[in-house]
Write a protein that binds this ligand. Structure first.
Ligand code: NAP
Ligand code: MG
Length: 486
């Protein structure tokens, strides 16, 4: 693969126009090789101020743009996503370490989301309520928030940025997207260009690559009416605190430590297939990753055997160089963190049935047996390709084990009896539960989100996006003025 073209955006940020970033610059590093693919401009606080000023000015005109024109632009965004798929996918592979099928899936999912967003502007924006006052009409309507700040992560940079950017724009907001610096090309700079080419009016979408300081400036800016953040629980808590103090709307989609429960009557062939996908897809760097495998004692041995066989078959390597199942982890720090969690758990008595040996940023699909609830492999979000297996005896014990985690994003239950699996599923403190499937599931027409330490109850997708990206207003209209007692 050739070195990708970088000239349009090198050192620049997008404020409706490409301008030189006033902050520092950072290399775009290919995690598989360590090669530098370009130089990013990092937005500083002054850039954020300028961006908010321009966005706030552009937003009312965008909100007043006829709904069919807004829809048309978003359909054009969808078309361009398909037309530019090769370039976007190349960057997803090289910048983020994605395998090509993951990049292609993410592109297709983003395309579908763009079409769904294009259908939003034509929906009803409110309701009419009766009044006890003669001659009065009560309208309750959704109105844009104004300027929405979107802070998106590096693991699915297109999808997780666009799931906020698209509906927020569809509903008449201006958007400032801060992609993670590790995924800023695929998850930001290419999108800035694409939305502009689709006809989005200048100033309505901004892209400010950056890290914590850029994000913090965006969150603390009084001109930003809402923050939609997808990332870690630790950072989500800080953002939540700031927004709480500022009385700012905030949607937080945070970490997970998602359990797959395998009951003694489960189809183990299917369960182990689901488990391998849920645990190892995108090197396990997914908030919904199957990070705890709770297996009923009678079938635990066989489940571990089947899962280990599947894990052992997975090829690890540079996804730009040839077909592999697992690419690199995003950076050294993440790879070292995964290694440390596995090593500490092994020191406490867990056994690496397969995998467990890091090679730089590459980490193989790993199955750990003998994992107990006090080990870091059980308690921590690993964000790597590790499947820790813990044995339980009763359904009650399984429920208690699942619910012992402060996180509550996704879970799965495998069993032959739908009634038993459902009864168990409905007692799990998890925002999403899948029976006889795995934890990494996202259907964009269904509201997506977590509980507990996995978020603040915000939801993305389907009807939930209307709620998230608007505020509501009661307007009452009297036919003519009336007289009060004084
Ligand atoms: P992170 O550490 O929370 O970072 C996310 C972004 O926020 C980064 O760009 C980070 O910059 C920035 N940031 C740091 N401090 C900030 C502050 N005080 N104010 C505003 N922004 C700040 O997340 P990560 O570790 O890169 O990503 C992995 C995490 O995301 C995992 O926990 C995963 O579960 C979660 N995730 C959740 C979902 C979901 O839908 N629930 C989806 C994907 C990922 P720096 O890089 O400079 O710190
Ligand atoms: Mg971080």
């Amino acid at each position: 693969m050739n070195a990708p073209a970088t000239s349009r955006w090198e050192g620049r940020i997008f404020l409706g126009d490409w301008v030189a970033a006033r902050g520092s610059s950072l290399p775009v590093v290919e995690p598989a090789t360590g090669a530098t693919l370009g130089m990013l401009g990092i937005a500083n606080g002054e850039d954020v101020d300028e961006s908010v000023r321009i966005a706030a000015e552009a937003q009312p005109g965008w909100a007043a743009t006829a709904f069919d024109r807004r829809a048309e632009i978003l359909r054009e965004v969808a078309r361009l996503l398909k037309e530019r798929a090769a370039e976007l996918n190349d960057w997803n592979i090289r910048e983020c370490g994605s395998i090509p099928p993951k990049a292609e899936w993410e592109l297709q999912a983003s395309y579908e989301q763009a079409h769904m967003a294009a259908a939003m502007p034509m929906q009803a924006i409110g309701q009419v309520f009766p009044s006890s006052m003669p001659g009065r009409s009560n309208y309750w309507q959704r109105i844009p928030i104004g300027v929405v700040g979107v802070i998106a992560p590096w693991n699915f940079p297109l999808l997780l940025g666009l799931r906020s950017v698209l509906p927020a724009l569809a509903l008449g907001n201006a958007v400032i997207l801060k992609p993670d610096a590790q995924s800023a090309v695929c998850g930001g700079l290419l999108l800035a260009e694409l939305f502009a080419d689709a006809g989005l009016p200048q100033g309505v979408l901004h892209v400010l690559p950056g890290g914590g300081a850029t994000g913090d400036a965006l969150v603390k800016h009084p001109g930003v009416g809402m923050i939609s953040f997808t990332g870690s629980t630790a950072v989500g808590r800080q953002i939540g605190e700031t927004c709480g103090r500022m009385l700012k709307k905030v949607a937080l989609e945070l970490g997970g430590n998602n359990a797959m429960v395998i009951l003694d009557d489960a189809d183990l062939d299917s369960a182990s297939s689901c488990a391998a996908w849920g645990a190892f897809l995108h090197q396990g760097q997914i908030c919904m990753q199957a990070g705890r495998h709770l297996v009923q004692r009678k079938v635990a041995g066989r489940y571990i055997e089947l899962l280990a066989e599947r894990a052992a078959r997975l090829v690890v390597g540079n996804p730009a160089a040839g077909p592999v199942h697992l690419g690199p982890l995003i950076n050294d720090r993440q790879a070292e963190k995964v290694e440390a969690i596995v090593q500490r758990s092994v020191a406490m008595g867990a056994k690496a049935v397969v995998g467990g040996n890091r090679q730089g940023r590459f980490y193989p699909a790993t199955v750990l047996s003998g994992v107990t609830p006090d080990m870091p492999a059980f308690t921590d979000e690993i964000f790597g390709p590790v499947a820790p297996v813990t044995v339980f005896d009763s359904d009650e014990e399984a429920i208690a084990l699942v619910n012992s985690s402060p996180y509550g994003l996704a879970a799965a239950v495998h069993g032959a009896s739908a009634a038993r699996a459902l009864a168990l599923a409905s007692r799990l403190k998890s925002g999403m539960v899948h029976v006889n499937d795995q934890t990494v599931n996202n259907e964009f027409q269904v509201p997506f989100g977590g509980m507990g330490a996995s978020g603040n109850g915000g939801r993305f997708g389907g009807p939930a996006s209307f709620e998230e990206f608007t505020q509501s207003q009661w307007i009452s209209v009297m036919e003519r003025g009336i007289q009060y007692p004084f």
